[in-house]
Write a protein that binds this ligand. Structure first.
Ligand SMILES: NC(=O)c1ccc[n+]([C@@H]2O[C@H](COP(=O)([O-])OP(=O)(O)OC[C@H]3O[C@@H](n4cnc5c(N)ncnc54)[C@H](OP(=O)(O)O)[C@@H]3O)[C@@H](O)[C@H]2O)c1
Length: 245
C-alpha cells in the first residue's frame, strides 16, 4: 500500500488526482495541501467520497521553506510525492505576448510558484523517499517549458519558470540515481486541461485536445504506474510521449 503526498489537491488537476487516488485499492492515505481555498480544504479529514483512503488536508504555502518543512515532517512516511501546483495568470497579470509586456513581479511570482517549490519539496522529501522501495517524485510541468520544442515564442515568464523547474527535476534525478536509486523522478506534461489555469487560453485549442481533469488524472497516474527506474529524469506527456527538455 502506498502513501501519497499530494501538493495542491485543491487545484483543477490536483483535485481530480485526489479523486482518482481515492478510487484506487493500492493507496492507503493521501496527504494533500491547499493554499487559499478553504472550501477545498474542508473536503474532509478522513476518507473522501466514501473511499477507505484516508485524506489529510494541510494548508501549506509551498513557496515557504518552513511551511514545506513542517508539512513534510508531519506526514512521516510516504512513497509518492506529486506536485500539482502552478501559476499562469491572475486577474491582473498573465503570459506575455511580447517582451515589451515583461513585468518583474509577474516573472518573480511565476518562478516562485512554478520552480522554487520543487527545490523545497526535494530538500525535505529526500530522506523520506530514500526509505521507500517504490518512491516517486513527480512534478507537473508544461510542454511550453521545453526549450527544444519552443517554436512559437511568447509566454516568457511561464516558459522560463517551467524550464527552470525541469532543470530541478533533472538534477534531482541525477543526484538520487546515486543516493536513492529506487526513487523515480519525473516531469509530467498534462496536456491542455479544462481548469481555471487554462480557461482564458482555451479558444485556440484544437478539437479533442482540451482534456477533462479526470481524464488527465487517470492518464498521469497511468504514467506513474508504468514508470520504471530507467525512466527517472525524463519529461513525459500524459500519453507517455517522451518530450525533449
Ligand atoms: N491546465 C492546463 O492546461 C495545464 C497545461 C500544462 C501544464 N499545467 C500545469 O499543471 C499544474 C496544475 O495546473 P491546474 O490547471 O490544475 O491549475 P489550477 O487549477 O490553477 O491549480 C493550481 C494549484 O496551485 C496551488 N497553488 C498556487 N500557489 C500556491 C502556493 N504558494 N502554495 C501552495 N499551493 C499553491 C493552488 O492552490 P489554491 O487553489 O488552494 O490556492 C491550486 O491548487 C500546474 O503546474 C500547471 O502549470 C496545466
Amino acid at each position: 500500500m502506498r502513501r501519497v503526498a499530494l501538493v495542491a489537491g485543491s487545484g483543477g488537476i490536483g483535485s481530480a488526482m485526489l479523486t482518482a487516488l481515492c478510487e484506487r485499492s493500492d493507496i492507503e492515505s493521501v496527504h494533500s495541501t491547499y493554499f487559499r481555498s478553504p472550501a477545498a480544504g474542508s473536503l474532509g479529514s478522513i476518507g473522501q467520497f466514501g473511499s477507505p483512503v484516508s485524506v489529510n488536508w494541510s494548508q501549506v504555502d509551498i513557496t515557504d521553506d518552513d511551511s514545506v518543512a513542517k508539512w513534510i515532517g508531519g506526514i512521516g512516511r510516504f512513497d509518492w510525492l506529486i506536485n500539482c501546483a502552478g501559476f499562469l495568470h491572475d486577474g491582473v497579470s498573465g503570459p506575455e505576448k511580447t517582451i515589451t509586456q515583461f513585468d518583474t513581479e509577474y516573472f518573480a511570482r511565476s518562478m516562485r510558484i512554478n520552480c522554487l517549490p520543487n527545490l523545497l519539496l526535494g530538500k525535505y522529501a529526500a530522506p523520506i523517499l530514500k526509505r521507500s522501495d517504490k518512491g516517486i517524485f513527480a512534478a507537473l510541468s508544461a510542454k511550453v517549458g521545453s526549450i527544444e520544442d519552443n517554436r512559437l515564442g511568447g509566454w516568457y515568464s511561464y516558459r522560463a519558470s517551467k524550464a527552470a523547474s525541469n532543470m530541478v527535476i533533472k538534477n534531482l534525478a541525477i543526484e538520487w540515481q546515486r543516493s536513492a536509486p529506487k526513487v523515480r523522478v519525473l516531469a509530467l506534461h498534462p496536456g491542455t486541461t479544462d481548469t481555471a489555469l487554462s480557461k482564458p487560453f482555451q479558444a485556440g485549442v484544437a478539437p479533442g485536445k482540451l482534456f477533462s481533469p479526470s481524464d488527465v488524472a487517470g492518464m498521469l497516474l497511468n504514467q506513474l504506474d508504468q514508470a520504471h527506474q530507467s525512466h527517472s529524469g525524463r519529461f513525459i506527456a500524459y500519453d507517455g510521449e517522451e518530450l525533449p527538455w
